[in-house]
Design a protein around this ligand. Structure first.
Ligand SMILES: NC(=O)c1ccc[n+]([C@@H]2O[C@H](COP(=O)([O-])OP(=O)(O)OC[C@H]3O[C@@H](n4cnc5c(N)ncnc54)[C@H](OP(=O)(O)O)[C@@H]3O)[C@@H](O)[C@H]2O)c1
Length: 164
């Protein structure tokens, strides 16, 4: 049965990005993102697709959601509704909603598992935010602390939540 997952990195105020880019460069988080999603379909919004430095994300089915019926991007599957996106992965063991803000909001009540990186920093310049979550609906099932180091400017917590 499909385990529909969401994965995001957020600042202290649930900031997600600015100017269609991530807030900061955290190689340890990017490595974690790759290891968690590798081999599974990833579902993303049109703007996140545009923002990717490498398209498609390798060894993952890249599924892009857009309202534009004429969209014809290379190297990905295109879909226009959340139900159609879910139908594309219904036979997979896992699939990941990978952003951005609009797509997280559309899917937040549909997912089973939430992988959150909590960056221990605030980003005043952020222009997109993670949707509000009802904390009573989620159980923290794993948490790992990552201290800042020479390559990662901020400390982080890697958390996994499961829908209660
Ligand atoms: N921190 C993180 O973990 C993380 C992860 C991913 C992204 N981000 C950041 O998030 C930002 C991008 O987020 P965003 O909210 O601007 O864009 P987005 O969620 O990536 O994509 C939004 C697009 O989705 C399509 N869309 C909107 N509503 C829809 C609906 N009801 N059904 C189908 N498609 C719909 C539209 O595409 P069309 O305009 O083509 O119709 C819209 O422009 C960037 O700054 C990015 O770096 C952060």
């Amino acid at each position: 049965m499909l385990n529909l997952c969401m994965i995001a990195a957020v600042g202290k105020n649930f900031e997600l990005g600015k100017n269609n880019q991530l807030l900061c460069h955290l190689p340890a988080d990017l490595k974690r993102f790759k290891s968690i999603t590798y081999g599974y379909p990833v579902i993303m919004g049109d703007k996140t697709w545009e923002s990717l430095p490498i398209k498609p994300l390798p060894n993952r089915r890249n599924i892009v959601i857009t309202l534009n019926n004429n969209a014809n991007y290379e190297f990905c599957e295109i879909t226009h509704t959340i139900d159609d996106a879910i139908a594309l992965v219904k036979n997979d063991e896992k699939a990941f909603i990978i952003g951005g803000a609009t797509i997280y909001k559309l899917f937040i009540n549909k997912i089973d598992t939430l992988y959150l990186t909590r960056i221990d920093a605030a980003f005043e310049e952020a222009d997109v935010f993670f949707p509000e979550i009802n904390i009573r609906k989620w159980k923290l099932i794993a948490e790992e602390t990552y201290d800042k180091d020479e390559k990662n400017e901020y400390p982080m917590k890697f958390q996994i939540y499961s829908k209660i």
